[in-house]
Design a protein around this ligand. Structure first.
Ligand code: 13P
Length: 343
């Protein structure tokens, strides 16, 4: 049976479930493990991710899909069960990060272009065989108002790459998550929420034009955007303002044919990321499903509780389950701050 792209995409955002972004590259997971003084090895990465994927209630009730890094897609749990099988057994989908990173863009100081298109058709065929049914590619757009960034050329280069990636995914029977991230935690991180809104609106317009030109089927993709929020070193917008401006920009740029929008957390605190999503879902009528595709905002507390120790696996799983449940409530629009305290 061949699965239709549309059905996979709908499943990724159905029932107020969301995505667990566990696709940290080897260099990024090392940075995360550094915060708990744990050496990053193939085994420690396996143990950490096994803890998450074996959190049965979270996986079954909250997580529709897991974005994996290539190593994890082909990795096995300690007892020899392939991770992909563990994920499927919980009723969740396996996905794969396919870009090979944001690299400095020639002639564009302070900007990057994401690479990974060469050989992608062949890699996608292998990932499909290994069980991946969706993929992710992250383009990175940095704001620096003093330097007049982003440049149009960097936005266009990243957008073109996203569109070419998305078309190749669909050809392979894989749903593309299209992630054009306008950074909140870049340097200097002092931009206002209105600058973020203007830049993001422009980026999304260009991205959807390029997706259209590349003949990407909008019904068979998921958008993973940043929220409209002020820079990390200038945070002051209220929850309501973030929700209102994010919904306005998305409505102005994202066609209703797209089944779902799954936000990145981008350096927001765990609770902020939850509160913002809940405020959007509770406050506005929208043509798409809104949910989460969080990395740090789903994992931070679990990583700390685990701290790399086998005796803390249950504590790490409780922390992950709690964040997954809070975010699934947010996707319903019914999260309340007291629920955090109660836990
Ligand atoms: P964060 O939620 O930590 O931003 O990560 C999401 C992600 O997948 C970034 O590409």
């Amino acid at each position: 049976m061949t699965e239709r792209l549309e059905d996979i995409a709908v499943k990724m955002v159905a029932d107020e479930k969301g995505l667990l972004a566990a696709d940290e590259s080897t260099s990024t997971i090392k940075k995360r493990f550094d915060t708990i003084n744990l050496e990053s090895t193939e085994t420690s990465r396996r143990d950490y991710r096994e803890m998450l994927f074996r959190t049965d209630a979270a996986m079954r009730n909250c997580i529709s899909g897991v974005i994996l890094y290539e190593e994890t897609l082909f990795q096995k749990a300690a007892d020899g069960t392939p991770f992909v099988d563990l994920i499927k057994a919980a009723g969740s989908l396996a996905g794969i990060k396919v870009d090979i990173g944001a690299k400095p863009m020639a002639g564009h100081p302070g900007e990057t272009v994401t690479e990974g298109l060469d050989g992608l058709r062949e890699r996608l065929a292998n990932y499909y065989k290994a069980g991946a049914r969706f993929a992710k590619w992250r383009g990175v757009i940095a704001i620096n108002t003093a330097e007049n960034l982003p440049t149009l050329s960097s936005v266009k280069a990243n957008s073109q790459a996203l569109a070419r990636y998305a078309a190749l995914c669909q050809e392979a029977g894989i749903v593309p998550i299209v992630e054009p991230e306008v950074l909140m935690d870049g340097k200097p991180g002092d931009h206002s929420i209105d600058v973020c809104a203007a830049v993001t609106e422009n980026v999304l317009r260009i991205v959807f034009n390029d997706l259209y030109d590349a003949r990407v089927k909008l019904e068979g993709m998921i958008l993973k955007p940043n929220m409209i929020i002020d820079g990390k070193n200038a945070r002051k917008a209220s929850i309501e303002e973030v929700a209102e401006k994010t919904v306005r920009v998305l409505k102005a740029t994202v066609p209703a044919a797209v089944p779902g929008i799954a936000f990145l957390s981008g350096g927001q605190s765990t609770e902020e990321a939850t509160a913002h999503l809940s405020a959007m879902v509770a406050g506005y009528d929208m043509p798409w499903k809104l949910t989460y595709s969080y990395g740090r905002a789903l994992q931070e507390t679990a990583l700390k509780a685990w701290a790399g120790r086998p005796e803390n696996v249950a504590a790490g799983q409780r922390a992950f389950q709690h964040r997954a449940e809070m975010n699934t409530l947010a996707a319903k629009g019914t999260w309340k701050r007291d629920l955090e305290k109660a836990a």
